[in-house]
Design a binder for this molecule. Structure first.
Ligand code: NAP
Length: 508
């Protein structure tokens, strides 16, 4: 266990909602931050002593090992409403019996904030990383607060390096600090901070009630990422992609690490500029911070671009021309592709021998490359369908397959045994109700395989049901390729049940 604390922020418009949130937060939090600025003025009129003391008296009691943290943040610093200097005066000059205080830097001088038990002095920048970040740290430090909180918005992962460096500096100066890189690209700082000496990390009460961008829910922070159990020696793995917020990989891989009781964690690493990430955060000769990275799961759009940064490539990845798994050993980076294995294993289990099986593959993107490679290696006859014929021809040409055009509007697919969908048609989001083929077109097929796993039952799978054709969903591939990743990273047999349960729980 590290010494860090998990703080759950509660933010509600009415006192009753606030009290209900406090009760729920108590189970998860070491510290409960009450965002008093979220309360409507009619519920909490800070200029009226009666209104204030009535509310304070009704705040539910919490167990002695937990503490309240009061915040009263004006809108221009990320708070919920406009606050006048007079309101802020009134707020900070009372209420210190409640617990700790988090006061903005601009208000420290004006307030009785020093009467509060534990004082956090905070600076927020919701627009980006200010150039004078070091100066801000020094100013906050000069305030004599017990803890400094510096939260800045990051758009790409390397923007968070500056924040991480403050943590390293504070540690060397014995200064208590809460450094936060806000936004999905900074989520890793919220998860790994405690392991590297941050005094506290903020979490949301549940998945839909984040009070700042990129907040992880307290339940996930504790149960999925085990943030309080991590330390500086923890092996760090992560999903490397441009949109990691939708990834199931953290749930799958953390379940496996937890099952084997490994000192390892898997975090979201949202990366736009891959070259900068590799240079400044990963490659031993040039990296600026030490995070103990041991491997990555690579997803869109970096599966091909990552190759130039690797020391070695295994045969499958080289033949497919894409890497979805990186293992780091003694500073060397090794690339693999587990998509092909993950795809073919459920198919072999359900269909059997694929030699001469006639397979239609819809889509010619990254996943299709691994799919066509795996099918051809297993001896299947493959036709690649794409809306752009040149893309279908190019992929088909690489693996001695045939090419055809999407969509297949007026024709049956009777000439095929198996249909594999690798397009996003049917995926949750903008393609919700789309299907690449209808039931009448599927009649006569022996199997439909949809790579999409959100939703669990896709429109194409529903069409397969109507046509009474057996089907496989994308979850089977997702789990199978992750099991292979675990084998590559840890050499251990991955716990399939735990990994599947973790993702099913999340999808539900
Ligand atoms: P990708 O590289 O973007 O390829 C997507 C393919 O679908 C491209 O050929 C694209 O054609 C085509 N496409 C896109 N929109 C289309 C439309 N409206 N109509 C027809 N074709 C369309 O993506 P990917 O990495 O291959 O992933 C594809 C799908 O597979 C995603 O749904 C992903 O979630 C799923 N997947 C699942 C697993 C798993 O483990 N189950 C693993 C990997 C991928 P253009 O080139 O013309 O845009």
């Amino acid at each position: 266990m590290n010494k860090g604390k998990i703080c759950v922020s509660v933010c509600a418009a009415t006192a009753d909602q606030l009290f209900e949130q406090i009760k729920r937060a108590e189970d998860l939090a070491d510290v409960i931050e009450i965002r008093f600025d979220c309360l409507k003025e009619s519920e909490f009129n800070v200029l009226n002593d009666k209104s204030v003391s009535a509310l304070y008296q009704k705040i539910p009691k919490i167990s002695k090992d937990k503490v309240f943290l009061s915040t009263f943040r004006p809108k221009d610093q990320g708070g919920a409403r406009e606050l006048t200097p007079e309101e802020r005066d009134y707020f900070w000059n009372g209420g210190y019996e409640i617990g700790w205080a988090d006061c903005e830097e601009d208000y420290i001088e004006n307030s009785f904030y020093w009467l509060w038990e534990e004082r956090i002095c905070s600076s927020h920048d919701f627009n980006g990383v200010p150039e004078n970040l070091t100066e801000i740290y020094e100013r906050l430090k000069a305030s004599q607060a017990d803890t400094l909180k510096i939260a800045v918005r990051v758009d790409d992962i390397t923007d968070s390096i500056a924040v991480w460096k403050l943590l390293e500096r504070a540690k060397s100066e014995n200064q208590s600090i809460i450094p936060i890189a806000m936004g999905e690209s900074g989520k890793w700082t919220r998860i790994l901070g405690l392991a590297h000496g941050a005094m506290m990390t903020y979490a949301s009460l549940d998945a839909t009630s984040e009070t700042a961008p990129g907040q992880v829910s307290a339940k996930d922070l504790i149960e999925v990422y085990r943030a309080k159990e991590l330390n500086a020696e923890t092996d760090v793995y992560g999903i490397l992609g441009s949109n990691t917020g939708v990834s199931m990989s953290p749930y799958i891989h953390n379940a496996a690490f937890q099952h084997h009781n490994l000192n390892a964690v898997f975090v979201p690493l949202q990366v736009q500029n891959l070259d900068e990430f590799m240079r400044r955060m990963v490659l031993p000769a040039t990296r600026e911070i030490e995070l103990n990275f041991k491997g990555f799961s690579v997803t869109l759009p970096h599966k091909q671009a990552i190759i130039k940064h690797l020391d070695e490539l295994d045969e499958t990845a080289a033949k497919i021309g894409a890497v979805n798994t990186v293992k780091i050993v003694d500073g060397k980076l090794y690339g693999y592709n587990t998509d092909a294995h993950g795809f073919i294993e459920p198919l072999l289990n359900s269909y059997g021998d694929l030699k001469n099986a006639r397979v239609a593959v819809f889509g010619a993107g990254g996943a299709a490359r691994a799919v066509v490679y795996a099918l051809r290696t297993a001896g299947a006859d493959v036709t690649v369908f794409a809306r752009d014929p040149s893309k279908a021809e190019s992929l088909a040409g690489d693996f001695q397959a045939a090419a055809a055009k999407l969509p297949v509007v007026n024709c049956e697919l009777r000439d095929f045994d198996i249909l594999v969908n690798t397009t996003p048609l049917g995926m949750k989001g903008k393609f919700d109700h789309h299907t690449p083929a209808l039931a009448w077109q599927l009649e006569g097929l022996h199997l439909v395989y949809d790579l999409i796993y959100i939703p669990f039952q896709t429109p194409l799978m529903a069409e397969a049901d109507k046509a009474e054709v057996p089907k496989i969903g994308g979850l089977a591939m997702l789990i199978a390729q992750a099991i292979e990743q675990q084998r590559i990273w840890t050499g251990l047999a991955a716990p399939m049940k735990e990994m599947s349960r973790a993702v099913l729980k999340r999808l539900a």
